[in-house]
Design a protein around this ligand. Structure first.
Ligand SMILES: Nc1ncnc2c1ncn2[C@@H]1O[C@H](COP(=O)(O)OP(=O)(O)OP(=O)(O)O)[C@@H](O)[C@H]1O
Length: 586
């Protein structure tokens, strides 16, 4: 019970904001009409139940007029019910897509806000596979919340309507046994109630483990899918390393987990089906047995028997709502738990960024990026890099060197404001535009124009300008393919991708350009040409590079090292002027 109310509280928290959002009137309106239709359908089934009694009595009495009149009545009620059924589904689907659009926008907003997605990944939070959260889980949450919610409403109203009918039928058909009339007021009603409660309780008991099993199944399936995607994305590497047998092995191990859980799910489902199957078969005869004595004693007509049968079935169906929807309830609870975990993880990532104890990005007093007291740590809390009273002065180009794994890239991440682990502040001049170029630039799938100007919009940079820049970075052959759609990260060599990265920097002309081994795949003469191009085209930009090649010295006015001091590396120790080429470094 505690679990149910906790789940309902979470459902409320996830579901309610849509009905208070800017789309609230459409959402509330559609929901109200769906509820009215649901109630009207229960009314329709009550009418059908009453009609059934009249119809079978007319049959029993061989009353042709009554029979034909009831056929017309049936057509009218049935037509109404069909119409309601059509609109119940249609409006339900309409509400689903609007609600889903809102939730998807909401989750995408939270997930993609200020590097939250990256921090969530760093923390290794429970929200594994966000793609599954935002696509499948949101879709299923909306579908199932609506179907379970309306199903529950339908069941409650049906129970009350048909209990009333069963009460009246019990009066009409007193229990007749061993030649005596037994007076148990509303005995049909009590029989239906006891039968359904017994069924619900047993189903709950048998099906309870399904909740966790379903949860695990979805997680394992997502894990298997994610690993398949990784193989697809890293196809070249795997083929070059001849890693296929190892991949197959790893994938089969993951699929083995899917299968293991599936077997448990099968066993549990088999037990549940054995019970629910027997239960629903028994429901066919139990009400007839209950009123058969009264019928054979001539106290009631065939119409009352069929009416009882149907009313009993309806009460039983409604009360055992949990019985028939146990599997979807279990699945729904897992979806709710996953969405809740996802929301929690987004909130954690946000808290992490806002936490004053983590690295903060603050506006700088002077026109330089300053690291007054910065301590960068690993996610596990181990200290990695420290900087004391260090600054990247505007207009001065700096080369950062240090051994592999000393934390150079992580320091860049901290400066970019996406690495929260640590303490102290990164002071950045107000309105300064920073751009980070990694070794492998991200190129979105789509047109080459879109890929080069990312994260800007294509319309911001006209095609002529983009072509000029591509030619300038040594990619004139790509200038004619601006409108071609492709997976550019796969199509281009790493050196070509790095040239595209530099083209991007030339277009966006940032105030601070951080190059994290962003030219490491180019030959030295090409690298030198590109550094000269940066100096010529971006004279205002402050360039900070990470690199291992000594030839880079020539393009920077200052060289600083990350020097090991005990457990951590300290920035700026052993700093020295780089041997800058007068034309390249400023
Ligand atoms: N997300 C992460 N979780 C845990 N540890 C990390 C994470 N990212 C980086 N590290 C660790 O931090 C250390 C520094 O990594 P970083 O990439 O900053 O080094 P680097 O100096 O740039 O190395 P290289 O010169 O090889 O590129 C490494 O030991 C790395 O394993």
């Amino acid at each position: 019970m505690k679990n149910i109310s906790a789940t309902l509280a979470i459902v409320w928290r996830i579901a309610a904001p849509y009905f208070r959002s800017e789309d609230k009137w459409a959402g509330r309106g559609l929901l109200a009409v769906i509820i009215v239709i649901e109630l009207a359908m229960v009314g329709g089934s009550v009418l059908i139940n009453q009609w059934r009694a009249r119809f079978y009595n007319a049959l029993q009495d061989r009353d042709w007029n009554g029979f034909s009149r009831e056929l017309v009545v049936f057509c009218v009620i049935a037509a109404g019910l069909v119409l309601l059924q059509i609109y119940r589904l249609y409006l339900n689907q309409w509400l689903q897509i609007r609600w889903r659009r809102w939730l998807t926008t909401h989750y995408l907003g939270g997930w993609l806000q200020d590097a939250n997605h990256y921090r969530m990944q760093l923390r290794g939070d429970a929200a594994d596979n966000p793609d599954q959260r935002v696509s499948d889980d949101v879709k299923m949450f909306v579908e199932q919340t609506l179907s379970i919610g309306t199903g529950l409403l339908n069941s409650l109203v049906t129970i009350f309507s048909f209990l009333f009918i069963l009460w009246n039928l019990s009066e009409a058909a007193p229990l007749h046994a061993f030649g005596h009339d037994l007076t148990i007021p509303g005995y049909l009603l009590w029989a239906a109630l006891i039968y359904a409660i017994f069924g619900t309780a047993l189903t709950h008991w048998i099906g309870k483990p399904l909740v966790n099993l379903n949860f695990a199944q979805q997680r394992l399936e997502a894990d298997f899918r994610f690993n398949l995607v990784r193989v697809r994305e890293n196809g070249e590497q795997i083929a070059l390393l001849k890693g296929e047998p190892s991949e197959r092995e790893r994938l089969l191990v993951r699929f083995g987990r899917v299968m293991g859980n599936w077997y448990e799910l099968m066993t549990r489902t088999k037990r549940l089906t054995a019970f629910t199957g027997s239960y629903s078969q028994a429901s066919v005869v139990i009400p007839v047995i209950l009123c058969a004595p009264a019928y054979f004693a001539g106290k009631i007509q065939l119409g009352a028997v069929t009416q009882t049968l149907e009313a009993f079935g309806n009460v039983q169906d409604s009360l055992s709502f949990f019985v028939s929807t146990y599997r979807s309830l279990a699945e729904w609870r897992s979806i709710v738990a996953r969405l809740d975990g996802f929301e929690g993880s987004i909130a954690n990532a946000r808290t992490l960024a806002d936490d004053p104890a983590s690295i903060q990005v603050e506006p700088a007093a002077d026109g330089e990026i300053a690291l007054p007291h910065l301590l960068v740590k690993l996610p596990n809390g181990a200290p990695l890099v420290a900087a004391e009273h260090f600054s990247f002065r505007a207009g001065e180009s700096t080369l950062v060197i240090g051994p592999s794994g000393s934390g150079k890239s992580t320091l860049f991440r901290a400066i970019a404001g996406i690495w929260p682990f640590g303490s102290g502040a990164v002071e950045v001049p107000a309105n300064a535009r920073l751009m980070m170029l990694p070794q492998r630039p991200y190129l979105p799938i789509g047109s080459l124009h879109d890929a080069v100007v990312y994260p800007g919009e294509a319309a911001q940079f006209d095609a002529g300008r983009v072509r000029d820049v591509l030619a300038a970075v040594g990619l004139p052959q790509l200038a004619a393919r601006l409108n071609e759609d492709a997976h550019w990260n796969r199509m281009l060599s790493l050196g070509e991708q790095q040239r595209l990265g530099l083209a991007r920097a030339l277009l966006h002309a940032p105030d601070y350009l951080f190059l994290d081994e962003a030219t490491a795949s180019l030959d030295e003469p090409s690298e030198a040409r590109l550094y000269r191009l940066l100096a010529e085209k971006l004279p205002q930009a402050t360039i900070v590079s990470i690199g291992h090649r000594s030839t880079l010295d020539a393009f920077h006015t200052r060289k600083v090292a990350l020097v090991k001091d005990g457990e951590i590396h300290v920035l700026g120790k052993g700093g020295e002027p780089a041997q800058a080429e007068p034309s390249a470094a400023r």
